[in-house]
Design a protein around this ligand. Structure first.
Ligand code: FES
Ligand code: MG
Length: 569
């Protein structure tokens, strides 16, 4: 753990006030960049800039950095910008999840290796904020997360469009023959019309909300649209506040306590947040030495009304959430259910931050006593098919599938799925249960977001839009439907999912939290004897490190060596 240096000096001071050779070198090399003696006496504030033209969601970060610097200077700090890797959903192959742990390690090691007294971590796209929170938890240097903000709503024919919920809708309707090429191209141009991350309550918006609910971002940060001038104001305020946080020596481990994690889970459940958030929260907690069993999520979900009317589970998007008061307004509504005494990066408690906050639009944030749904968005399923749990975002499931029994149609791998899903000969109907194997942490690798198994084309053409689908993959936070994901243990390590065969009956009962494979235990034992593990995807490099050391979904998919020993099993 990185602490103040032994002699009680700030970390920056230990570098720049040193009277020996290294002090001379540190000062002279730093002064060569235009900094003066006076500057070197100030707290050093690292600004982690993850700008990249390979990451659309971070395209405006250089400008945000300028505003953070302005705030740091105003408060008497010395801002020093630095890069880490940056991972954006649309490009990274095989999936950004493979690189989340690498980004967390990169960030942690940069923080520990430099004279940084405090840091502003600027993230946005799905995996970047969790990576930065994991790093902050491990490095334990005063830190504030500044998210880049959501895109403005897409607009087309008077309709609000959301990335990427409508990306699926448009391509699906095009495939079903209801949209021509020209209409598809028009939609393509209209959907993403500004800087920022996806503007539905997908993983990016969920993680931005979590950073705020944990107390690691300034109140109100998550929902301000990326191009809105108020995000620049937020950047400047964040720059000022990190200097205060360093002076008060308030560290991430004082903020991200077990109670704060519970607040974040509560806010996620009331928001209809992304299933990915569960993996990330377990991983962040792991860095803090806190075990978050899946039951904790289910218990909090069961006791948290779903209040936020945002897509993909509801109607509106982040722009309307911002106008309704954003995360502080939702937290105000939930205040009676939150741990109000948790410390935050404001230097004040959650309750103190919520003083005077109001919900500004009741069609977006519903009242606690008149919720959209009495229970939170994500349910944890158990049963012989997923002994270590599986997740379903119940708020996005078609009502007729919440309790369902159907015949398995099995795909052995993502490649097998791609090959056969649209085969007119595929023996499938709308009551079938589509099963995808070997798409988990080691099997795929890194659990790509392919748990939204496409509806077979022949059913699509008959108007079928939802089916029960099961996998050890993840789904995008922007997806919808009866999608059972994160089945653990995964098929590639011999989890029961590996043993399912075509024609097996599978029962789903969300209310009872049950996912059951109707195959006798002795038959499963016979199949297990014949099972062989698939060939590993890598024989060298980071990929090999990943598949050798990644933990299962219910453990947060962190590397085992990055969490305390007692959390590795
Ligand atoms: Fe970055 Fe959706 S692509 S948040
Ligand atoms: Mg996403």
């Amino acid at each position: 753990m990185a602490e103040q240096s032994d002699n009680g000096k700030r970390r920056g001071e230990a570098y720049f006030a040193d009277e020996g050779l290294w002090g001379f070198i540190h000062r002279s090399f730093t002064k060569s960049m235009g900094y003066t003696e006076e500057d070197l006496a100030k707290p050093v504030i690292g600004i982690c800039n993850t700008f990249s033209e390979l990451n659309k969601c971070h395209s405006h970060f250089n400008e945000l950095v300028d505003y953070v610097k302005r705030g740091v200077w105003q408060a008497g700090g010395l801002p020093m910008e630095f890069p880490t890797i940056s991972i954006g959903e649309p490009y990274v192959k095989p999936t950004t999840m493979l690189l989340r742990n690498l980004m967390a390690m990169d960030t942690e090691e940069m923080l520990k290796a430099h004279p940084i007294d405090g840091v502003v971590l600027i993230g946005g796209c799905d995996k970047t904020v969790p990576a930065q929170l994991m790093a902050a938890a491990s490095a334990n240097i005063p830190a504030i997360v500044l998210t880049g903000g959501p895109m403005l709503n897409g607009r087309l024919n008077g309709r609000s469009l959301g990335a990427c919920t409508d990306c699926y809708q448009f391509t699906l309707e095009h495939k079903a023959g209801n949209l021509n090429d020209e209409q598809l191209a028009t939609a393509e141009n209209a959907i993403c019309r500004s800087d920022g991350h996806c503007m539905v309550m997908g993983t990016a918006s969920t993680m931005a909300s979590i950073a705020e609910a944990l107390g690691m971002a300034l109140p109100g940060c998550a929902a301000i649209p990326a191009p809105d001038s108020r995000r620049r104001h937020m950047a400047e305020r964040t720059g000022r506040q990190i200097v205060n946080l360093v002076k008060a020596d308030i560290r991430p481990r004082e903020i991200m306590t077990e109670a704060a994690l519970e607040n974040a889970i509560r806010v996620t459940m009331a928001s209809g947040g992304s299933t990915n958030a569960i993996i990330h929260l377990v991983a962040i907690a792991g860095r803090l030495g806190i075990r978050l069993p899946l039951e904790k999520f289910d218990d909090i979900a069961a006791a948290t009304p779903f209040l936020l009317n945002l897509r993909p589970s509801g109607q509106y998007q982040m722009e309307e959430y911002f106008e309704a008061g954003g995360v502080p307004a939702l937290m105000k509504e939930l205040e009676g259910l939150l741990h109000g005494d948790c410390l935050t990066v404001t230097g004040r408690s959650v309750s103190e931050n919520l003083r005077g906050v109001e919900v500004l639009d009741r069609s977006v944030i519903y009242p606690l006593d008149q919720p959209l749904d009495p229970q939170g968005g994500i349910a944890v399923l158990r049963g012989n098919l997923a002994p270590d749990g599986a997740l379903i975002k119940q708020t996005a499931v078609s009502p007729h599938l919440k309790k369902h029994r159907g015949r398995a149609v099995v795909f052995e791998s993502p490649a097998d799925l791609e090959r056969r899903i649209d085969d007119p000969e595929l023996d499938v109907d709308e009551s079938s249960v589509l099963v995808l194997k070997n798409a988990g942490p080691k099997g795929a690798p890194a659990m790509p977001e392919i748990g939204q198994i496409p509806i077979p084309k022949k059913l699509l053409l008959r108007g079928v839009r939802d089916m029960v689908r099961i996998s050890d993959a993840r789904i995008s936070g922007t997806s919808y439907g009866a999608l059972i994901v994160h089945a653990a243990p995964e098929a590639a390590v011999g989890g029961p999912l590996a043993l399912v065969q075509d024609g097996d009956m599978i029962e789903l009962d969300i209310a009872a939290r049950r996912l059951h494979l109707e195959v006798e235990a002795d038959e499963l034992a016979r199949r297990r004897e014949q099972w062989t593990a698939p060939a590993p995807h890598y024989d060298r490099g980071y990929g090999l490190l990943y598949i050798e050391r990644v933990m299962q979904a219910d453990k947060g998919c962190d590397f085992d060596f990055l969490v305390p020993k007692e959390l590795r099993k």
